[in-house]
Design a protein around this ligand. Structure first.
Ligand code: ADP
Ligand code: MG
Length: 224
């Protein structure tokens, strides 16, 4: 369902171009749970941004459910993202002035859904991550783990088929990380395809497949 064929990515810095991803071939099966490891600056987030349709390959093909992403307009890309992909980030990226409930409702506002349905869906998503008792809390009143749960609720509120998490436990202690990982596993069991960037071997060990990125190349792959 996710297929990269000879994908490269280069960024222009001033007058010169720097190639961040060497030609990458990668297939990710529907319903799989994978981790992406590798040193800082190796291209993990760049790769994830392509998989998440936040960015397009410079050359090569990226196919998502058979659709070639490189030829889509920005508007079409936004639509694909909205329908298919949920993102989770290390620093949670919650809006500080909004309650947990409102934060989770936001993607549905962008999707043009009516208020009643938005609130119901956001409520179910927060229930799914175990936070119905924190609906009205603002991010500053939540623990790190709770903030990440709100961010995960926001990521799944559109019932995406793919959840991409860029170092989701990077800001959390190990016990909290474990429970966040447990939640991601549950979402995978429920059917979502999940890719997690991590520096932690304990996290990678809980996924079904680990891919290593070094200098923009997929260097090594092990079944874990
Ligand atoms: P990782 O997530 O593995 O730490 P990144 O994918 O964020 O690495 O970055 C890989 C390399 O690409 C880095 O050298 C970074 O500076 C560069 N890079 C990433 N995004 C951009 C951008 N938008 N413009 C220019 N350079 C970028
Ligand atoms: Mg990164």
């Amino acid at each position: 369902m996710i297929e990269l064929q000879q994908v490269t990515k280069s960024f222009q810095i001033g007058a010169s171009w720097s190639q961040v991803l060497a030609p990458i071939d990668l297939t990710i099966d529907k319903g799989s749970l994978m981790s992406i490891m590798g040193p800082s600056g190796s291209g993990k987030s760049t790769l994830m941004n392509i998989i998440g349709c936040l960015d397009k390959p410079t050359t090569g093909q990226f196919l998502l459910d058979g659709v070639s992403i490189g030829s889509q307009s920005d508007r079409q890309l936004a639509k694909i993202r909205n329908e298919k992909i949920g993102f989770v980030f290390q620093q949670f990226h919650l809006l500080p002035r909004l309650s947990a409930w409102k934060n989770v409702e936001l993607p549905l506002i962008y999707a043009g859904m009516n208020k009643r349905e938005r609130q119901e869906r956001a409520y179910s998503a927060l229930k799914r991550v175990g936070l119905v008792d924190r609906l009205h809390y603002k991010p500053s009143s939540l623990s790190g783990g709770q903030k990440q749960r709100v961010a995960i609720a926001r990521a799944i509120v559109n019932t995406p088929s793919i959840v991409l998490a860029d170092e989701p436990t990077g800001a959390l202690d190990s016990k909290t990380s474990e429970s966040i990982m447990e939640l991601l596993r549950e979402l995978n069991v429920d059917g979502a395809t999940i890719a997690i960037i991590t520096h932690e071997h304990e996290i990678a060990a809980k996924t079904d497949r680990t891919v290593y990125v070094r200098d923009g190349k997929i260097q090594e792959e092990t079944a874990s």
